[in-house]
Design a protein around this ligand. Structure first.
Ligand code: NDP
Length: 518
């Protein structure tokens, strides 16, 4: 007889007598519908998956701490997690690729997500960034279309280099991020070997009610390590889970990955005079103008005990800020404030923040009621179920009010002026690369573009030329080398090109009719 603590039960808690043999009429069957535990078992299996994230589906995560090493930043922010040297705040950090589905290989060239949940004493602060300080687009209108180009073509069900380069070449603001993606840092060896960035411009505010603009940086203490395309192909041939192996293995063996956390700070007055829009997600703030201020050290030291419960169900949203940290006019940030929380409502349900991994360590007291999976109780005060009330229910605390945010201008759809603005910073980056780094950049770009229609290649080379004519020439030469090599023909790209460029068959006369269509 099994020990009571180790006894198998139904989900309703009744001990199970037999978990091997179904109830049948005679030893040969058939089954009886009343074998409810069998039905329960099969039904549960059918429900084991939840919708994967549309973006950043493949991820790796671990728990750890932020330890404050300098309080210089406290002149700008009263956020409690920064207020004392030596102070520790628990955190969850999830890394991810952007485009690949949940089963995609880890060592693929792609931007990496770099998402924190800091469990602070004032509630959860989520900093949902990437391993790049910038992004491909600056307006959330373009985000769903951009992501569509990274996913499967509706007809071929293949990823489409033609669509990717068509979109990028029609969106010149992407050339900065494209340059990072196809440089060495676009394919790190593992999560430990890359920097993280909050990417957006956020704000700090202090007890005096002053607001400052800020950006967050996390520099790897393990050093940068990257794969070439060829090395990555070999790795993927052996293991599709190389990042999970790297991260889980390092923490398991006590080699705890660390990053140094920094911020850049800009005054509201300075923001009026920069040559670039400091709220544009395709731009960095040069370090020479806005130096990095040290904040603390991030250490990952605990692997999740259950991947699904603690990483797959982890819900990060830039909408989660705490006292002392605020938003900025950054359009992409504003868009994500809505869309991330909404993704979690859809994937996990209305009460996703009450799941253990998302639950703040600070006390929670709100009036959001009921709905699917309302599994938490009232705050011991069932009469206070609306607000304001006279029954001692949770009430607002004005000391947590943010100072006003200064904005100016008229509301309209502002088109970005065409000029050198999109090329200045990629030029600074390209200039920083050594000849060897430039060579690998050209090779990686050519490998990704080779085989797509020529008119798209020419349009994209036009953008590289605006960064620097030598950049465009380098990619052109690398493409010519590939053209000569029959071995580099890729069936996938042939199919993609045919699908994207053959005349559309869905004319009025030939369009397939779906059942019910008139
Ligand atoms: P700096 O020389 O002061 O800073 C260079 C920054 O670039 C450092 O953060 C460094 O990170 C990072 N970097 C170094 N090599 C590469 C690489 N191969 N790929 C991507 N990033 C790299 O220059 P600026 O601040 O004036 O910026 C120049 C350009 O550097 C920018 O246009 C931008 O493209 C890029 N960059 C700038 C960042 C910023 O916040 N200012 C952040 C990251 C990139 P590390 O110290 O870890 O080596």
């Amino acid at each position: 007889m099994a020990d009571i603590k180790n006894r198998l039960t139904t989900t309703a808690g009744a001990p199970v007598g037999d978990n091997q043999n179904s109830i049948t009429i005679g030893p040969r069957g058939p089954l009886l519908l009343q074998d409810y535990q069998l039905i329960e078992k099969l039904a549960h299996q059918n429900r084991e998956r939840i919708p994967e994230r549309v973006v950043h589906a493949k991820g790796w995560g671990a728990f750890g701490t932020l330890t404050v090493t300098s309080t210089e930043v406290t002149q700008y922010t009263n956020a409690k997690l920064f207020n004392e040297v030596g102070k520790k705040t628990d955190l969850l950090l999830r890394f991810s690729t952007v485009a690949g589905e949940q089963g995609a290989a880890d060592a693929e060239r792609d931007v990496r997500g770099f998402s924190f949940k800091f469990y602070t004493e004032d509630g959860n602060w989520d900093l949902v960034g990437n391993n790049t300080p910038i992004f491909f687009v600056r307006d959330p209108y373009k985000f769903p279309d951009f992501i569509r180009t990274q996913k499967r073509h509706p007809r071929t069900n293949l990823r489409s280099p033609t669509a990717m380069w068509d979109f990028w070449s029609l969106s010149p603001e992407s050339v900065h991020q494209v340059t990072i993606l196809f440089s060495d840092r676009g394919l790190p060896v593992g999560p430990q070997y890359m920097n993280g960035y909050g990417s957006h411009t956020f704000s700090f505010w202090n007890d005096a009610g002053e607001r400052y603009w800020c950006k967050f940086h996390f520099k790897t203490q393990q050093g940068h390590k990257h794969y070439t395309n060829e090395e990555a192909a070999e790795v993927i041939g052996k293991s599709r889970e190389s990042y999970q192996e790297e991260l889980y293995g390092a923490i398991h063996e006590g080699r705890f990955p660390k990053w140094t956390m920094y911020v850049q700070v800009m005054t509201q007055e300075q923001a009026k005079h920069t040559s670039y829009n400091p709220f544009d997600l395709t731009k960095v703030w040069p370090h020479s103008e806005f130096p990095l201020i040290e904040v603390g050290e991030i250490e990952l030291n605990k692997n999740p005990e259950n991947y699904f419960a603690q990483v797959e169900q982890a819900a990060f949203s830039p909408s989660n800020v705490v006292k002392g940290i605020g938003f900025s006019p950054d359009k992409m940030l504003q868009g994500r404030i809505f869309s991330y929380a909404d993704a979690h409502r859809y994937r996990l349900g209305a009460h996703y923040e009450a799941l253990p991994v998302n639950q703040p360590k600070a006390p929670v007291a709100h009036y959001h009621k009921d709905g699917l999976l309302r599994f938490f109780a009232d705050n011991g005060n069932p009469d206070a179920y609306y607000e304001p009330n006279s029954f001692d229910g949770p009430a607002q605390d004005p000391s947590y009010n943010e100072p006003p945010m200064e904005v100016e201008g008229i509301a309209k759809r502002w088109e970005q002026p065409v000029g050198d603005d999109d090329f200045v910073q990629p030029r600074a980056l390209w200039t920083m690369f050594s000849d060897e780094q430039k060579g690998r950049l050209y090779h990686n770009l050519a490998a990704a573009m080779h085989g797509i229609p020529d008119f798209i290649i020419e349009r994209q080379l036009g953008h590289f030329a605006k960064v620097d004519p030598a950049y465009a020439q380098g990619v052109r030469d690398a493409l010519a080398t590939l053209d000569k090599s029959e071995e580099d023909r890729e069936t996938h790209k042939d199919v993609d090109r045919m699908a994207m460029t053959e005349p559309h068959k869905n004319t009025e006369a030939e369009a397939p009719k779906f059942e019910g269509a008139k």
